[in-house]
Design a protein around this ligand. Sequence first.
Ligand code: ZN
Length: 251
Amino acid sequence: MIAAFRAWCRQRAAAQLEISDVQWQAAEYALPFLDRLTDDQRTRLRALAREFIVTKEWSGAPGLQLTAAIQLSIALQACLPILNLGLDAYRGWVGIVVYPGDFVIPRQIVDEAGVVHEFDDEVLGEAWEGGPVLLSWFDDMNDVGDVNIVIHEFAHKLDMSNGEVDGMPALPADMTRAAWIAAFAPAYADFCRRVDADEETTIDPYAAEHPSEFFAVTSEVFFEAPDLLLEEYPAVYAQLRLFYRQDPGAR
Ligand SMILES: [Zn+2]
């Protein structure tokens, strides 16, 4: 009952958001991978993006004027992976902080001798467990190359749905951990080997950093260039198709 009421409030607030056709079209035009969607899927994505905008708390970091265009673009990209999973997949946190370009996170590591090292980590985005998603915004997304910062960070959020950020999100009942590992482990090992051998890979070599990065990067590729993932790692594609309940390569 409470859940139903909350959903009703959310839908009401979302319906009151004023977004013109021109605004939608401008946001979608800049995201050519949305062209794979059918009319029905696009309509559902817009509705989900509206709800996403009203349920999250948005802020712009100093130097960034948070505009409706930026919110729309982020919402469309963040909602694409959960188009068939629903907004609850992103429950448990509300903040989205948008930075003007890449930003720096101060970090500390303690070495084996117990000495604390402090350094600034330059990042494009970061997802905090139970906390906000931090995203950098570039007016010209070509400035960051073939990287989808939004899909990447929201894949990390899904990965956190069962605790640890380990490249395995909470799986639905019709999937198994064994099948997931059987697909991802050899693909990750193969990819690391290729990156270590300095091979030019069409998938971002950052995916070799950690199994969680492999999941986030292959999720980007799944939605942006599904044919590439199908060709490189078909078993990973098959697991992501089951997980996201979408088949972008068939569209
Ligand atoms: Zn990452």
